[in-house]
Design a protein around this ligand. Structure first.
Ligand code: NAP
Length: 352
């Protein structure tokens, strides 16, 4: 696509997801970071002074020099990436949408709003159609588009092809989630080192509800949830990046491990999504080696946008079981938001 880059603002640019957005957007073919914004304690300082940079390599020079703004909306911004905590997102994101920006958010504040598209572009790009109803009902020139919770993103991408082919009815998912999923400073080291914490506040509810919305179908001005019974167990483990999930699934039509493997191996992004710069050639990779996927070894496949599936076998309780792994900061956050913004541009939703 030959066009001048779309100027974007990053809200929450100093946080864990915000920093990954800064690193991934520096050099992006379609977008250019025009402004960075964060809380009042960072606003007014140079970005490189305000941020506690935890990404590999230096702060991209052009961004490091920017002065961190407050999160007050500035009209004329076509796209605002939001990496805000859910609390501040509740007021800041609608204010930006009202001012004309398309807010592409990682926060959970509006994911379950009936008119907010909750997207995994390879799975449900048609849900973007909800944006028109959202704008009309709210009287906004802009709008809000969300990516799912970091575990849900990987679980849904891996299960969507099986759902389409065999009809997912019941799902039990137990996650092992990395500490970067909790932001910075996140979980205290004395709590997580050499331990597993079997509780992540609010996470199980998100996996259960967001899965049904993502796999649902647009019916008028909202999504009719997929009728899937989901039971999630979410755990924090001492990994840095990458959320692993072990799942058992029951389908309307019985599926053998070989059929499941073939379905997953054949999966490709639909036309219009496959061509986006952030869509990996293989959104799902199957690895049949007995002890894969592993968090440290497989998390960066497809530049962090590929979900790796392994250990596909019969489940004596629900029918089929497997292990899947996704990068929480890429497929589950920054990369997902960038891919959503690319979909907005490719769909003609961003002027210019
Ligand atoms: P984080 O490291 O705690 O960063 C939070 C960011 O929000 C910082 O830039 C902070 O600015 C800013 N902020 C906090 N309070 C604010 C306020 N009142 N007004 C304006 N800005 C404010 O969190 P994170 O892990 O990056 O997560 C960001 C969002 O993404 C959350 O909603 C989270 O649930 C979601 N998410 C995270 C992941 C993940 O893997 N980490 C995955 C998916 C979704 P200061 O530095 O100035 O305080």
């Amino acid at each position: 696509m030959s066009r001048s880059p779309v100027p974007v603002t990053i809200l929450g640019a100093t946080g864990t997801v915000g920093q990954r957005l800064v690193r991934m957007l520096a050099g992006h073919p379609w977008f250019e970071i025009a402004a960075v914004a964060a809380s009042e304690q960072s606003a007014g300082r140079r970005y490189e002074d305000a941020v506690r940079w935890r990404e590999p390599g230096p702060v991209p020079a052009a961004v490091g020099r920017l002065t961190v703004q407050s999160c007050d909306p500035r009209p004329g911004t076509p796209i605002a990436f939001s990496a805000l905590d859910a609390g501040p997102a509740r007021t800041i994101e609608p204010a930006w949408a009202e001012s004309g920006a398309l807010v592409v958010t990682n926060a959970s504040a509006f994911r379950m709003d009936p008119q907010v598209p909750l997207l995994v572009p390879e799975v449900n790009p048609d849900h973007l159609g909800l944006l028109a109803a959202q704008r009309q009902r709210r009287g906004w020139r802009g709008g809000i588009v969300a990516n799912p919770n970091c575990s849900t993103a990987a679980i849904v991408l891996a299960l969507a092809p099986l759902h389409r082919a065999f009809g997912l009815e019941r799902l039990v998912a137990a996650t092992m989630q990395a500490v970067s999923g909790a932001g910075y400073p996140g979980v205290p080291s004395l709590d997580i080192l050499a331990s597993v914490i079997p509780y992540i506040a609010g996470e199980e509810d998100k996996v259960e509800r967001e899965t049904r919305k993502l796999l649902g179908t647009v019916a008028g001005e909202q999504v009719a949830d997929a009728p899937i019974t989901v039971s999630a167990h979410t755990n924090r483990v001492p990994a840095v990046d990458g959320h692993l999930a072990v799942v058992s699934a029951g389908f309307a039509r019985p599926v053998s491990p070989d059929e499941a493997r073939e379905t997953l191996e054949q999966f490709r992004a639909p036309r219009g999504v496959a061509e986006l710069p952030s869509t990996p050639e293989r959104p799902i990779e199957v690895d049949d080696r007995p002890a894969r996927p592993q968090t440290r070894l497989d998390v960066d496949r497809g530049a962090g946008m590929t979900v790796t599936v392994g250990r596909i076998r019969r489940c004596p309780v629900l029918g089929l079981r497997l292990v899947l792994l996704g990068h929480n900061l890429v497929r589950g956050a920054a990369g997902a938001a960038i891919q959503n913004a690319e979909l907005l541009v490719a769909s003609g939703e961003v002027g210019g």
